[in-house]
Design a protein around this ligand. Structure first.
Ligand SMILES: Nc1ncnc2c1ncn2[C@@H]1O[C@H](COP(=O)(O)OP(=O)(O)OP(=O)(O)O)[C@@H](O)[C@H]1O
Ligand SMILES: [Mg+2]
Length: 154
């Protein structure tokens, strides 16, 4: 079982406020991180990724649900951005090479609709940020951020 290290909540009244938070979050990332993005359609998972990639020096915006996997080589790190929205069952993932990504020594792996996979199914050596985005109203968002440490950190 993964050990929950911390749980924090933040509220933003508009995209600009959320964006500022994402930039600070990105600055503090380590060189090996798994980011699980959950939340309803249109809550801001891809918005999060676009802002994170910008902070890492990658300008290209992402077209989420069309491609299931985008890989970026930013200045210092590779970023693998996946979207599991269309995934019907976990067996379908086996053939895609998804699990092979976790053989990397370092990098950012970010997964939209990650709640289709159990947190405990991810390789233990990858520390996890689980970010749930809730639409509070219109442009307001609440996020719940959980930190699960990887095995090397325990
Ligand atoms: N505070 C906010 N934070 C983020 N996005 C916001 C906010 N307020 C409004 N928006 C808008 O909400 C939309 C979020 O879309 P986005 O594609 O990021 O959602 P998503 O969670 O990736 O959806 P999907 O499940 O379809 O992939 C954007 O159009 C964005 O402009
Ligand atoms: Mg999306």
């Amino acid at each position: 079982m993964r050990k929950l290290d911390s749980k924090k909540e933040f509220s933003f009244s508009n995209p600009t406020d959320f964006s500022k938070w994402i930039k600070i979050f990105a600055k503090n990332l380590g060189n090996k991180e798994l980011i699980l993005l959950n939340g309803d359609l249109g809550s801001g998972k891809t918005f999060f990724m676009t802002n994170l990639l910008q902070e890492l020096g990658q300008d290209a915006a992402v077209s989420p649900s069309f491609a299931i996997h985008n890989r970026y080589e930013t200045k210092n790190l590779s970023v693998d951005h996946l979207d599991l929205y269309r995934l019907k069952n976990l067996e379908d993932l086996e053939s895609t090479g998804f699990w092979d990504l976790f053989m990397q020594e370092s990098g950012i792996i970010a997964v939209e609709w990650a709640n289709k996979i159990d947190v405990d199914d991810f390789m233990d050596s990858w520390p996890i940020w689980e970010i749930e985005i809730q639409i509070t109203s219109g442009q307001a968002r609440k996020i719940i951020v959980k930190r699960f440490l990887g095995s090397k950190h325990r």
